[in-house]
Design a protein around this ligand. Structure first.
Ligand code: SF4
Length: 342
């Protein structure tokens, strides 16, 4: 007898695999498109509700596949319209997704892991540790579920939720494939954010899909960066910079440097000078200064020098913008995701 856990999830089959499976069941190939449309267009996980399929096929789906989609545990809405969703994931554990409407864009911030192993000192997620990797379909399903089940418009996706996506590389690539082929998003509207894994950055540069890349720098001074991001102790900043340059050259694209401004930690004139040096050619980068969202229990506060820091970069000819917090009142901002319930 086949154990339940050995059955694949409905979401794991490719269109070709669906056609092969349907053929083996004596079903016509067009049923594959109908099933895919329920799964990825509507994020519907219960075969009994797939009303254009014959009853016999619906039963076969129930018998042969795991059908659990994302189960909503909490939905929070911010004063600014941002929404945060806490899910029970189909393969176990809970994680969060944030939907951010802003200036005509509707961005979904997806999680790539349950928790995170990297323990960046200023980040709530980092305090949780890593429970497990998400599968590729679980990452893409966060977007499909918001679009299909709620339904919310989606124009952009950022891999900036819980976890370090480049430490779950194969699932990330699978998710990018699903988002572009099954959910119909342009790769140019997908941004992968990393604290810096040079080998994986080089592999991203060679992907057929032209995704955007954001690097969480947070300090261009190696010693200070190591204090903020423990992973930096094992990966020299110069190696990451070379990988970013490779990405720029392969893609003829700019990358984004994310820099969260922490009061008295990384916001001095010397820090701005180091940042300017980091962004020297041949690196092509714009700087995104992030207003820190305080996390209970952590000692960091938002910088009081944001404007002065930005002006110093602008005077040096850098492209530097300030990203205002969205959803901070519901702990949905950068570095705040920690699966708190109300
Ligand atoms: S900032 Fe990103 S990589 Fe660092 S602990 Fe938080 S989720 Fe993990």
């Amino acid at each position: 007898m086949v154990r339940v856990t050995e059955r694949p999830a409905l979401w794991e089959l490719s269109p070709t695999q669906w056609e092969a499976w349907l053929k083996a069941q004596g079903q016509p190939p067009y049923r594959a498109r109908q099933i895919e449309s329920w799964l990825w267009g509507r994020a519907l996980s219960d075969p009994r509700q797939m009303s254009n399929l014959p009853a016999s096929l619906r039963s076969l789906l129930e018998e042969n596949f795991r059908t659990q989609g994302l189960k909503l545990l909490h939905r929070h809405t911010s004063r600014d319209g941002t929404q945060k969703f806490l899910w029970q994931m189909p393969e176990g554990g809970t994680t969060e997704t944030v939907w951010i409407p802003h200036r005509g864009r509707h961005t979904v911030c997806v999680s790539s892991q349950v928790g995170c192993s990297l323990n960046c000192r200023f980040c709530a997620t980092g305090q949780l540790g890593l429970e497990r990797q998400l599968k590729g379909y679980e990452i893409a399903l966060q977007v499909a579920t918001l679009k299909g089940a709620y339904p919310l418009p989606v124009s952009h996706v950022v891999f900036m939720g819980m976890g370090e996506p480049l430490l779950n590389y194969s699932a990330l690539i699978e998710a990018i494939e699903l988002l572009t082929t099954r959910i119909g998003l342009s790769a140019r509207r997908l941004t992968v954010s990393t604290v810096g894994v040079p080998k994986a950055i080089r592999r991203l540069a060679e992907l057929p899909q032209r995704i955007e890349l954001a690097f969480s720098l947070h300090s261009a001074l190696s010693e200070k960066r190591r204090e903020l991001i423990p992973l930096a102790a094992h990966i020299p900043l110069d190696d990451i910079r070379e990988a970013l340059i490779y990405f720029c050259q392969q893609r003829r694209e700019w990358v984004t440097l994310e820099y969260v401004l922490l009061d008295g930690i990384n916001d001095s004139p010397e820090d701005a000078e180091a940042l300017r040096d980091f962004v020297a050619p041949p690196l092509l980068a714009k700087v995104n200064l992030i207003v820190y969202n305080p996390v209970p229990g952590l000692p960091f506060r938002p910088s009081q020098r944001i404007e002065a820091f930005q002006q110093q970069l602008l005077r040096r000819g850098l492209l530097a913008t300030v990203r205002q917090s969205r959803g901070a009142d519901i702990a949905a901002g950068c570095g705040q995701l920690a699966r708190q319930k109300p």
